[in-house]
Design a protein around this ligand. Sequence first.
Ligand code: F6R
Length: 603
Amino acid sequence: MCGIVGYIGKRDAAPLLLDALRRLEYRGYDSVGEATIHKGKLYVKKGRGKIEDVHRELKLDSLPGNVGVGHSRWATHGEPSKRNAHPHVDNSGKVAVVHNGIIENYEELRQFLRDNGYSFSSDTDTEVVPNLVSYFMKQGNGFEGAVRKAVGRLKGSYALGIVSVSEPDKLIAVRKESPLILGLGSGEMFIASDIPAVLPYTKRVIILEDGEMAVITPIRALVKYTDSGKAIEKKPLRVAWTAEMAEKHGYPHFMLKEIHEQPEAIRETLRVSADELAQLCKMLLDAKRIYIVACGTSHHAALVGKYALAKLADVSAEVVISSEFQESCMVDGGTVVLAITQSGETADTLKAVRVAKAGGARVACLTNVVGSSVTRESELVCHTYAGPEIGVAATKTFAAQVAYLLLLAFNLAKMRKCISKVKFDELVAQLQETPNTIDAVFERTEKQIEELAKRYKDAKNIYFIGRGIGYPIVMEGALKLKEIAYIHSEACPAGELKHGPLALIEHGIPVIAAVVPGSARGRMLGNVEEVKARGATVIAIAADNDEEIKRHVNELISIPVTHELLTPLTYISPLQLLAYYIGVERGFDPDKPRHLAKSVTVE
Ligand code: F6R
């Protein structure tokens, strides 16, 4: 949530800040702004709306100066508006701050500042920060000292970028519980919420950790503990991602590109080191109780993992939505928690991890982002290799998570002697073949899906049904449709229809059914008949050797046959495409769904 950037160097800061903000827009896009310093004066431009709209009106790249900060906002405190947009500036117009996170004690700090003659012009929690810095500067502190004193008064979470006209040769970055990286260039330095922002300029990054700050000049980024001011030796990382990977390559939207990148995301992820997988298997096998915690799409991948672990490896894992973990779960020294989060920054998942650790549990994580917050909280760090995902809706990271979890289940099943070596080799070979199968799914279904999107774009409600491993597939399909096309959609375990949801089925209502091969298929056909008998228009996704299904449904999306456990990888693409094309038909931007942001760093 919210993207922050900063630059100090020889070049004009404003165009670079704008470029970096465009690369971070997936983190929030209800307002945007930049501040630069030039010849002892602070310049600020900001406005409500998406970056391109605000830029068209204000020319964000025209601010003068070689140092500055920028911000793309996802509102928490205060409605999206020009006055609530960042950067926020102190009363004297000398200190500018961009902030990602939440200052929990901002009311109390506002009162303190008001008592000292300060006033406020926004509804944000952030505005206290530049004014506190200014307050401590007036008390005789230098820029860095004032920032450290100000930050000492803050409660909550924050990644901050701060500049001051009093010391225009410095950019200060501070981090607590919100992501922040430093990009180390040659004669120039960057700060950003996420690595893709700096990829065109440098591959050398330092990941700031909680309680750390950096005092940055064009030639040096000095990292220190924020409380003591003591310097810390930090080794820069060299990132393998390229700027190209974070571009659209002729696709109209990142979402469409990333849907099509799923085969590659799976191939890369399946190259996981044997050692990492063995360590995770051992950790799970040693556990008395296993929880998998995740949110949103990662939660759906977790459910696929649960089915695969139970069906194949006889391993029982409870999947818990991260924000519910502390409310409902029993944790002790025998508990293992696997946290799944593509960004590695989701506050709810980080909280679940901390609660688990406090209760004595061991924690492993599965994330797509090297060096993300969850990696620092986990005893064992496992990675998917989907590459940067820019579209707000998770697509290729889902495929990568599912591929990883299936490989994990296959390995556990072999270790526990639930399957033979021959069966294991056969399953792994089939999993390695799925990228090609998914390419075939695109070939076969994309035109059909575009047609379906035209036909169903005005539907008010669309229901999804599935059984067994088909259930997480339809949960993910329904979530995609909600967030991208803004159509009310609900996923229901098909067997549960008769316990209530069937009452909502009326003539002409679209019902999307994932009919996966395996033991539940026959019962699933019965459920398809139940909704058809009540007038629903049934669109089924099924294996192409399933002759019988054709007689039961109005429309068939036919998928090359795979093992039942691989269907979450092969069936999900048509559902992602359906959400994408309906969203586009309805005139929405699929990369920037309203009210949502890529990395959800608030609880
Ligand atoms: C849906 C989506 C969200 C995320 C959720 C968890 O398309 O993107 O539901 O899946 O916010 O995010 P991570 O995996 O980063 O923890």
